[in-house]
Design a protein around this ligand. Sequence first.
Ligand code: SF4
Ligand code: SF4
Length: 191
Amino acid sequence: MQALTNRSKIASNKKMSFMERIYFPAIVKGMFITIRHFFGKKATINYPEQTREFSQIYRGMHVLKRDDEGRERCTACGLCAVACPAEAITMVAAERKSGEENLYREEKYAEVYEINMLRCIFCGDCEEACPKEAIFLTDRIVESEYERLPFIYGKDRLVEPVDLNLRIDISARQTENVLKFKQNKRFAHNK
Ligand code: SF4
Ligand code: SF4
């Protein structure tokens, strides 16, 4: 029968030698490759005992920031949720009551604020959209879990502590360009 393409190969019927039949050369060759990698530079590290150095602007777990007086900066405007391509953010807004001025900076605040870390793709769009400098991504890792529910992070895990010594440092993310961008009134979310 005539071949339709020229891709066919003629199979060899050559008899295997004794050495080939006991696979000795192939085993030696395989061992040589293994030993070469054994003493070579390793591409992996012993995590979690060892960790790699993160970039200063690594995008990991979020933080909801407080202002200098310890008040929550978030005003539940919803811009982060609108900007989120993964629809990972949900919130419930509430009105600040008299006497709560030391807790919330604005008259409206997020009574509930949740991020579904399973949906989040750590793109940083929420951080860029926020007009109140309230949400930032950090170099903290979202811990692994066996269930889905614990991946929904509420305010208890997102809002930073009031204690100044325990605040989450995000100064490395506040480069000159970022600050300039956030003050530019040409962009709707900065107005
Ligand atoms: S980092 Fe991106 S995906 Fe994650 S919550 Fe923010 S906007 Fe949504
Ligand atoms: S954009 Fe900022 S202020 Fe508005 S809801 Fe999100 S975190 Fe809060």
